[in-house]
Design a protein around this ligand. Structure first.
Ligand code: 5AD
Length: 345
């Protein structure tokens, strides 16, 4: 594990598949994270503003064709209100995440971004709005948005086709990631671990794609089956493989912001803590209005109480300190970020 830049496919395959490497991978990953980011864990207030979506990804519980979900959409004012509430709780990054809801126009997002930025000069805004045009991304960036999360989901074209309906383009999604990067967003990619039909070779392709993209953020979590979807009978992804992959990503991307995701916390009660110990350095507690948290149901049994909830920030802080880390109270940009030029490398 000495030459971390040049890890070949064979080694990656072993690390991904064999749990005997987990412990050593985690030790190495934690060492790297401490060298780069110290003991800081960054928190983001996650505002799930709408579960209405025009797409029908086969894995996703809020897919358009699922008629069993109760749909909701927050108003522009409600979203801003959630950010105000979150700021008072100590959050300095807000993640606006929703289905691809065409009820929201660019101007709506621009208003939300500008209003939040006018209220608070020390916050970052992360968007997670799916695939949009370059023009739209540009407007959102110019309005003041800082980061954009768009998991590539898979870097294998045939696999992409197996996970998504024909209307969703593999190339378009990739294009979107490159557009975001070029515009200047701190960009985030990622994928699910053990999504249906995924092979180790595909995961390695994802890693190679990420090495090309050099994202500021990488989000991974286990695939979790979701009722009323075409993939409802596929098994959940592997918890330990997800942990090994978090470590591998930390080793390959020392500067990346890597969350211990809600999916990881859903599959195991200690999942998020273990994710941090394996090399993750971001948590995204839920800041959505309490009555909609259950309806943003990408998968079954989603965790949204306890320390998964933004209101429990103090409790979260205690828990994190117990395992040897510290909650940061700043924006938590990628370490190489230059605030003036809004660029990173
Ligand atoms: N299990 C795990 N993760 C899921 N996502 C969507 N559906 C599921 C599921 N069933 C992930 C996707 C998406 C992110 C917001 O949530 O990777 O990009």
């Amino acid at each position: 594990m000495n030459n971390i830049k040049n890890i070949g496919d064979k080694t990656l395959k072993k690390w991904i598949e064999d749990d005997k490497y987990r412990k050593n991978l985690a030790i190495k990953a934690d060492q790297i994270r401490r060298e780069v980011y110290g003991d800081k864990v960054f928190v983001r207030g996650l505002i799930e503003f709408s579960n209405i979506c025009k797409n029908s990804c086969y894995y996703c519980g809020i897919r358009a064709e699922n008629t069993k979900v109760k749909r909701y959409r927050l108003s522009v004012d409600e979203i801003i209100q959630r950010a105000r509430f979150g700021y008072d709780l100590g959050f300095r990054t807000f993640v606006l995440q929703g289905g691809e809801d065409i009820g929201f126009r660019d101007d709506d997002f621009i208003k939300i971004i500008k209003d939040i930025k006018d209220l608070y000069s020390d916050v970052a805004i992360t968007l997670s709005l799916g695939v949009r045009s370059k023009e739209s991304y540009k407007k959102l960036f110019e309005a003041g948005a800082d980061r954009y999360l768009l998991r590539q989901e898979t870097s294998d074209k045939d696999h992409y086709r197996a996970l998504h309906p024909e209307s969703m383009g593999f190339e378009q999604r990739r294009r979107a990631l490159w557009d975001l990067k070029e515009i200047g967003f701190q960009v985030g990619g990622g994928f699910m671990v053990d999504s249906p039909y995924q092979t180790t070779e595909m995961i390695i392709k994802d890693i190679r794609f990420l090495q090309e993209l050099n994202p500021a953020m990488i989000g991974i979590g286990p695939f979790l089956s979701s009722k009323n979807t075409p993939f409802s009978s596929f098994p959940n992804g592997s918890y330990t493989k997800t942990l090994r992959l978090i470590s591998i990503l930390r080793i390959l991307f020392p500067k990346a912001l890597i969350p211990a995701t809600t999916a990881l916390g859903t599959i195991r009660p200690q999942g998020r803590e273990e994710g941090l110990k394996a090399g993750a350095n971001v948590l995204m507690p839920n800041l959505s209005p309490k009555d909609v948290r259950g309806a943003y149901s990408l998968y079954d049994n989603k965790l949204y109480t306890g320390t998964e909830s933004a209101e429990e920030r103090d409790l979260l802080s205690e828990k994190i300190e117990k395992i040897g880390y510290r909650l940061a109270v700043d924006r938590g940009d990628v370490i190489s970020y230059n605030k003036k030029t809004r660029r990173y490398d």
